[in-house]
Design a protein around this ligand. Structure first.
Ligand code: PLP
Length: 431
């Protein structure tokens, strides 16, 4: 299937050769690279990506899981076009940022105040600092396999084996001040926290990069209780789950409220964004009129709350607010997981098709996937082979990453996924 991919993508190969000279690894983000080289996209619309060789792909990666309404949905694009005529970047306060903040407060159960940033990484970075400033404690706890972006204090314990540094250049402080806890294992997590005095526990309600692994409901509830008992802030990183699992995100879906929520992806309606939100009391630490140095916690940035992003985000949230799109997608997600699992089962291939709502992933293992260690030890080569087979058939999953659904996927798009999976499973059936 790699030969078939190479055969279909000569222009991408040429672009890759050119890109390697000016972009390390030929890409702007390592996660976008896959062997033998990634295809380069020429345009995108609805559920489709089109590469520079004219190949068409049904997109299940959807801009790092961002595009819940598909590529360039007309309602969002019309609003953006109109806004561009009025300016792309003011560098002054404006009404659109108030409107989007009000919309977030209306939809996200634990949000009383909001601050926008340009990415999920940035939002997590400022939230970590806010948590330290608010609690007066430096330690932060995160979970094995949790991905919160490339900020030093949180880029630890992401990939198995978790004791290898995720990047060169991290200081000892960054790693020593972060406690890494086992996901979906409350009792061990609590034991590891004994005597640690962390200011915040940050968790993805569904491990995204870790493999699409949902938290157990009681695990999140237990974390809430632990944080209440120990005066620790609970942070939900809802960069993926926000506005995807429910209009109010995973906290609405699971019924557990965090103190601070991190948002991103869907919130920007296809434009760069991140956000921190939480109770007024917590968020007021960012208020330089109330807190002065050294008690004030800084947040800001040249492009934060730019009016184009605010417009796209607002148009997107208005469409998602009543939940009907999200509920439909969640039902479709349940069905797709069930159908994919049945296809593999019929061919006696050991697979766990996991996820929740409109997020899904396929792990080639017999074991129930409850944490990132089990996901990491599944057969990744097999998953890569399956994903590359799908790519060569015109279905794009960024190899080994989660797939997501959007309102732009048609019934025919989804049946193609089932048909091609059936074909793959038949050809690779267990003896
Ligand atoms: C759960 C989660 N948090 C944070 C981030 C970082 O967001 P960004 O890539 O916008 O910096 C990501 C990105 O994939 C994510 O999945």
């Amino acid at each position: 299937m790699v030969e078939s991919y190479i055969h279909k993508t000569p222009h991408s190969k040429a672009l890759y050769e050119r890109a390697k000279k000016v972009l390390p690894a030929g890409v702007s983000y390592g996660a976008r690279y896959f062997e033998p080289y990634p295809f380069y996209t020429a345009k995108a619309k609805g559920s489709r990506l089109y590469d520079v060789d004219g190949n068409e792909y049904i997109d299940f990666w959807l801009g790092h899981t961002t595009l819940i309404l598909g590529h360039s949905p007309p309602e969002v694009m019309n609003a953006v076009r109109e806004q561009v005529e009025h300016g792309t970047h003011y560098g002054t306060p404006h009404e659109l940022e108030i409107e989007l903040a009000e919309q977030v407060v209306k939809m996200v159960p634990s949000a009383e105040m909001v601050r926008f940033s340009n990415s999920g990484t940035e939002a997590n970075m400022y939230a970590t600092r806010l948590a330290r400033a608010y609690s007066g404690r430096i330690g932060i706890a995160k979970f094995e396999g949790g991905w919160h972006g490339g900020y030093d204090a949180l880029q630890v314990g992401v990939k198995y084996p978790f004791d290898i540094p995720e990047s060169a250049g991290l200081t000892c402080g960054a790693t020593q001040d972060t406690e890494i806890l086992p996901f979906n294992d409350l009792e061990t997590a609590k034991k590891k926290l004994q005597g640690r005095q962390v200011g915040a526990v940050i968790v993805e309600p569904v491990l995204g990069a870790g493999g699409g692994i949902p938290a157990e409901k009681d695990f999140l509830k237990g974390l809430r209780e632990y944080c209440d008992d120990t005066n620790t802030l609970l942070i939900f990183d809802e960069v993926i789950t926000g506005f995807r699992l429910a209009p109010g995100g995973a906290q609405q879906y699971y019924g557990t409220k965090p103190d601070i929520t991190i948002l991103g992806k869907i919130l920007g309606g296809g434009f760069p964004i991140g956000a921190i939100c939480g109770s007024t009391e917590t968020m007021e630490r960012l208020n330089m009129l109330v807190y002065k140095r050294p008690h004030y916690s800084f947040h800001g940035g040249t492009f934060v709350a730019n009016p184009v992003t605010m417009t796209a985000g607002l148009a997107t949230l208005k469409l998602l607010e009543d939940g009907h799109f999200i509920n439909d997608l969640n039902r479709t997600g349940d069905k797709i997981r069930e159908q994919l699992a049945r296809i593999f089962e019929t061919q006696r291939i050991d697979v766990q098709v996991i996820g929740v709502g409109s997020i899904f992933n396929t792990h080639f293992t017999k074991q129930e996937v409850k944490n990132a260690i089990i996901a990491a030890n599944a057969d990744k080569e097999r998953l890569f082979e399956y994903d590359m087979t799908l790519i060569s058939k015109g279905l794009f999953f960024l190899p080994t990453h989660n797939g997501v659904l959007s309102t732009a996927h048609s019934k025919a798009d989804l049946s193609k996924l089932l048909v091609e999976t059936e074909d793959y499973a038949r050809k690779h059936k267990a003896p």
